[in-house]
Every structure is written in C-alpha cells, then in structure tokens.
Design a protein around this ligand. Structure first.
Ligand code: PGA
Length: 272
C-alpha cells in the first residue's frame, strides 16, 4: 500500500533568535489578516524571545492586538489568575499586558470550577463559538507534552484535567525560580481541541529538545509523545526549530545545509 506523504512543514533556522522571529511573523500574519482573531500562546522559556519581538513590534505600532482573543493553553487546578503560581498570570506578565490585552480578551481555563468536567467542555464550546482557533503556538515539553497534554494523551482528547508528571512539575518550578509549589493537577486544552486550529506552530529551540523533536516528527505517532499527534494537522502544522533542536533529525528532514526555507514532511508511518 502506498502511504500518502505527510504534508506538515518544517522550517529550520540558524539559532533561537531567528526561529523566534519566524514564529513572531506567523503570529503577526494571523493578526494582520482579520479584525477579530482567536489564538492560543504557550508559557515556558522557549517563547520568551518571540514575546520580546512581538512586544517590540507592537510598541512600534506594527501589530495591533486589539482584536485578539487569547484562550489560555493550561492552568493549575484550584489556581486563579491572581495566584502567584498561575500560568495565566505568568503569560499576562510575560506578554499579554505588554501588548495591551485587556481582561475581556483573555480566556483562562476554568480550573477552579466546582464541576471541572462541565466547565472544560464549556471552554471548548467557547472556542468553537468564536469560530475555532485561528492559530495555536505551542512549545514542546521535555517529555513530549503540548500544553499539559502529558504522555498518555490521545489525539482526540478534549480540554480536561490531567495529573502532571513529576518531571513536568519540576520543570515548572523553574518558571518561578524554584520558589513555587506546583499543584499536581492541571486543566489543559486537549490535543483534539488543538488539532482543530486553523494553523499550528510548534516552536522548538535548544539542543535539550533535539531527541524529543526527533521522536515527535520521525517516530510513529503515539500517545507516548503527545506532540507527535500534531502531524495529523498536515499542512496546517508548521514546525519552527533552530539548528540545535533539529540536530538529531534525519538527513531527509535536515537537508544538505542549514536553511531557513520550509521543507515538506516525511513519508513514514502514520501518514495523513
Ligand atoms: P519550555 O517548556 O519552553 O520551558 O522548555 C516547553 C513546554 O513545556 O511546553
């Protein structure tokens, strides 16, 4: 049987700064095209350079975030955006307030609801009511998570509560310089919810992510590496990596030389 060629895009840039510039371009292009835009953006250390670039462009009047609605990717259960250990608060301080997003433009996960199951499904409905996500920018967790879709997350998972792995909790304490106690459960936008986005950008930088990026893109798609499910999005997925993160990809992906151009996906198992 002939397998269809996977059609997601991979763009490899010389360093994290060039990769972040490319990711910022995608955000800017999405916002420029429409008066009302619905997006999701990640927390973490990876997107910080992209946030600096976008904030600088907004300060110069090159991008206008006034029509943007931001749906948060994840939040700890029992934590409100006012709490110190809040991912919503983190994102607000790291980026949203720098580009002038107001509270009514930000949609945090309902992670303090009495009925978390019903509230999670209402959150997905709220995204759908806005016509779906125009763009989801994601980072790649050291364990292959996207948002807080930890290993074991299926491709059709919806927004829901998950139990965090010890590794993810350790990773998160670094965002608060090791001072915070990270809850053991979070609510995360589901893999299936994310896969419905019109465009998905997976931004991956640094050598520390090289093996996980290889597993995400070159191994058969599996719940062991939730990021691998993103390949289901086909041409709606753009993987933006720096040379260091791409260093363990096979020659078919890396090509003969470092480049900033897009390359097609591979033709391995799990083709879309
Ligand atoms: P990082 O986290 O950017 O801090 O490496 C990525 C993630 O866990 O999504």
């Amino acid at each position: 049987m002939v397998k269809a060629r996977e059609s997601w895009k991979l763009a490899i840039y010389r360093d994290a700064s060039a990769a972040s510039e490319a990711a910022a371009d995608q955000v800017a292009a999405t916002i420029a095209n429409e008066s009302e835009v619905t997006i999701s953006l990640p927390t973490g250390s990876t997107p910080l350079v992209m946030y600096d670039i976008l904030a600088a462009r907004a300060a110069r009047g090159e991008i206008d975030f006034s029509g943007v609605h931001l749906f948060c990717l994840d939040e700890y259960v029992g934590v409100t955006p006012k709490d110190q250990v809040s991912l919503t608060r983190w994102l607000r301080e790291a980026f949203l307030q720098r580009v002038g997003l107001q509270d009514d433009q930000v949609h945090p996960l309902p992670s303090t609801a009495v009925d978390l199951v019903a509230a999670a499904s209402e959150f997905d409905q709220a995204i759908a009511d806005r016509g779906g996500l125009d763009l989801a920018v994601l980072g790649l967790g050291p364990n292959g998570h996207i948002g807080y879709n930890e290993p074991g997350s299926n491709a059709d998972s919806r927004t829901r509560v998950v139990t965090l792995t010890p590794e993810s909790r350790r990773q998160a304490t670094a965002y608060w310089e090791g001072t915070a106690e990270i809850p053991d459960r979070a609510m995360t936008m589901g893999v299936g919810t994310l896969l419905e986005a019109k465009q998905i950008v997976l931004l991956v930088t640094s050598e520390a992510k090289a093996d996980m990026l290889r597993r995400s893109l070159e191994e058969p798609m599996s719940a062991d590496v939730p990021a691998s499910w993103l390949r289901i999005a086909g041409p709606r997925l753009t993987v933006i990596a720096d040379e260091a993160a791409a260093s363990e990809l096979s020659a078919a992906h890396r090509g003969p030389s470092a480049a900033t151009e897009e390359r097609g996906g591979d033709s391995r198992d799990g083709a879309t």
